[in-house]
Design a protein around this ligand. Structure first.
Ligand SMILES: [Zn+2]
Length: 282
């Protein structure tokens, strides 16, 4: 099993660069939509006997521990998306370390499973934070899926990053990186596997890019947020561009995911990690 359908488990207001988003001290008072939509995504995957890697915000796990337990019970992988959804390139190495350790411990205590993987909020491993992988290994993580190897309209991204999984050898161990999948076409890199790209592109175009990646023998790494299958969820007040990037075409996303999961079998990063380590004699 070499393809991963990952879920960044966060709420409707965890979007960057929108000033109207509620402040962290008010989050507990804000109505949530994460449980219902997350379980709906698990149902879609379960109906096709696929598994997901679920990158939980520590905050979401603390507020709704039952969805962490439920994901684990159904055989999906529990991983970390940080505690409070802070961009890593705006943290010090020490703050990042604490965030990694705290979210890992909380999710392990709730699920009873070891947390091996991390995804940075808004893919904020960049050239500004070369210490990223060293700190990740120090905090006991084994893999990462935060490299977005193409141009980004938002925070984060490494536009010249490797396209295929690779290993990073560090003082305190090895981190295996599973970059977000992008397709090469006409000399450019196109993301089609999540966020605004998955919502914007018509399904035949997604299939076209998917085929190109499969022909290169690279794994497919998709990513979704629970809010992206809920056309009725509350919206943040934002300018036109940000609204377009955050909310365009939500109504068709669930159907795309249903089609994708019917056509493609998905496993977890944990499976992919084991395969990678065995194949490379690690
Ligand atoms: Zn996020």
């Amino acid at each position: 099993m070499s393809n991963v359908f990952s879920i960044d488990v966060e709420d409707w207001y965890h979007i960057f660069n929108i000033p109207s988003a509620p402040k962290r001290e008010d989050w507990d008072k804000v109505p949530s939509i994460v449980e219902y939509n997350f379980l709906k995504l698990l149902d879609i995957l379960d109906s096709q006997s696929s598994k997901s890697t679920c990158f939980f915000l520590g905050y979401v796990g603390k507020r709704f521990p039952r969805i962490v337990i439920e994901a684990n019970r159904r055989g999906h992988e529990v991983a970390s998306h940080g505690f409070y959804h802070q961009p890593v390139n705006q943290m010090s190495p020490k703050e990042f370390y604490e965030d990694l350790v705290n979210s890992k411990k909380l999710l392990e205590d709730i699920s009873g499973s070891v947390v091996l993987g991390f995804r940075a909020p808004s893919f904020t491993v960049t050239n500004e934070n070369p210490w990223f992988f060293e700190v990740l290994a120090d905090a006991g993580y084994k893999y990462d899926s935060s490299v977005f190897p193409a141009f980004r309209f938002s925070l984060g991204g490494m536009k010249k990053g490797n396209l295929a999984p690779y290993e990073i050898i560090l003082q305190n161990g090895i981190i295996i990186e599973f970059p977000i999948t992008v397709a090469k076409f006409l000399g450019l890199r196109f993301c089609f596997t999540g966020g605004g790209y998955l919502r914007l592109f018509p399904y035949p175009l997604i299939k076209f890019f998917k085929k190109k990646v499969e022909n290169e023998n690279r794994p497919l790494v998709f990513y979704i947020h629970p809010r992206e299958i809920d056309p009725m969820h509350p919206r943040l007040k934002a300018n036109f561009i940000k609204k377009f990037m955050s909310y365009y075409n939500i109504k068709s996303t669930e159907e795309k995911i249903v089609n994708l999961t019917r056509e493609t079998k998905f496993g977890t990063f944990r499976d992919l990690l084991i395969n990678y380590l065995q194949k490379n004699g690690r």
